[in-house]
Design a protein around this ligand. Structure first.
Ligand code: CUA
Length: 338
């Protein structure tokens, strides 16, 4: 009975483990699912290291099993046996040293490929880390056309995008596993890297350097889209906020502009122009709120504005001062900012 049920149970465990392991190689925020050239180099290096280490591990286990199972022989203490052991140890040391050199060379080669400058035609985006959100600023020769897209990096597919990364407070780390490796954002230093996406998609990224209480809620979305769609998006983002579409939004704008919200946020086209918190000019068009913490729906926005400290404790947003009616009007206004 045990034998008959033992085998299917073992098979079930093996299948589960294998499918979980393979599931780890697909999907979003996974280094083994590369969607761009830099990520591909990293994934190949990862697989190579995995294969070499796997073979070494298996050989060590075989050697260990052989040593444990073999019978003691009479001449084990003899001069011949000592010579054989010395030869084996010397050979193993030489193979280990050679493998380490090969691994180091592969790693350095992959690293150089990742840091080499991209070709012409690339667009440049400034990545600015804050506790605990990301600002992506698209440069333009006209200062009023500089676009800020908090927590959402839009890129055209198939072309390299240069990112110039810096931090306003502590060390953060930019990491979108499907597209590139980690790159630290260090206060006072501008580092650059380039990413490229092969095909359209939304790739999740995450701050990869512990930066305080809400480090875990410092995520971002990278939206890769065809060039036409990207250009249309940036054109829309360059527009200042439009007029409120209805009475509720109109009243919401009035309330918003008289509230403490304006001392931290920008809504281009209004008097709100502070750069402490994220730019809200097109907040209604974004996928998430609070750096990937919540989906961008009216309900979640309500919860966030009403009591952001219970959603993301320690974040820089002060407590809500709006009455219930004013809050609804402000929600209507913010949702209309698309
Ligand atoms: Cu920013 Cu961790």
């Amino acid at each position: 009975m045990t034998r008959r049920t033992g085998r299917p149970a073992g098979a079930w465990v093996a299948t589960t483990v294998l499918s979980l392991a393979l599931a780890g190689c697909r999907g979003n925020q996974v280094i083994f699912n590369p969607q761009g050239p830099a990520a591909r180099d990293i994934a190949q290096l990862g697989w190579f290291l995995f294969a070499v280490c796997g073979v070494v591990y298996a050989m060590v286990l075989v050697a260990l099993a052989w040593a444990l199972l073999r019978r003691r022989r009479e001449d084990d203490q003899g001069a011949g046996a000592t010579r054989a052991i010395t030869r084996t140890v010397a050979l193993a040391t030489a193979v280990t040293a050679a493998l380490l050199v090969v691994l180091a060379a592969t790693s350095v080669t992959a690293g150089r490929g990742l840091t080499s400058p991209s070709g012409p035609g690339a667009i440049t985006v400034d990545v600015i880390g804050h506790q605990w959100w990301w600002d992506f600023q698209y440069r333009d020769v006209t200062p009023s056309d500089v676009v800020s897209s908090p927590n959402e990096l839009h890129i055209p597919v198939g072309v390299p995008v240069v990112l110039r990364a810096q931090s306003r407070d502590v060390i953060h780390s930019f990491w979108v596993p499907n597209l590139h490796g980690k790159r630290d954002l260090i206060p006072g230093v501008v580092t650059s890297l380039w990413i490229q996406a092969d095909r359209p998609g939304v790739y999740r990224g995450q701050c990869a350097e512990f930066c305080g209480y809400q480090h875990a809620h410092m995520a971002m979305q990278v939206v890769a889209e065809p060039m036409d769609a990207f250009l249309a998006w940036i054109q829309r983002q360059r527009q200042p906020a439009g007029d409120p579409p209805d009475q509720e939004a109109l009243r919401g704008r009035e309330v918003f502009l008289q509230s403490p919200c304006v001392s931290c946020h920008t809504v281009r086209g209004t008097i709100a122009g502070s750069r402490v918190g994220p730019d809200l000019t097109h907040v209604g068009s974004r996928l998430t709120l609070a750096a990937g913490t919540l989906p961008n729906t009216r309900g979640h926005l309500a919860g966030w504005v009403a009591d952001s400290q219970s959603v993301k404790p320690g974040n820089r947003m002060p407590p809500n001062v709006l009455t219930a009616g004013d809050l609804q009007a402000v929600l209507g206004y913010l949702r209309s900012l698309r």
